[in-house]
Write a new protein. Structure first.
Length: 48
């Protein structure tokens, strides 16, 4: 079930970004620093 919802989320995200590129860019600019810091923290936890 998780894999299906992940695929659906990706498809909805692609359709949304094509339909509303300005809104998608704004959301991306807002979320990207958070995702980068989380991934850096995870990488640091794994490599230590």
């Amino acid at each position: 079930m998780g894999k299906i919802s992940l695929i659906m989320g990706i498809i909805v995200g692609i359709v949304f970004s094509v339909a509303f590129p300005e809104v998608a860019q704004t959301i991306n600019d807002a979320i990207m620093p958070t995702i980068q810091s989380i991934s850096e923290n995870l990488f640091n936890l794994i490599t230590e």
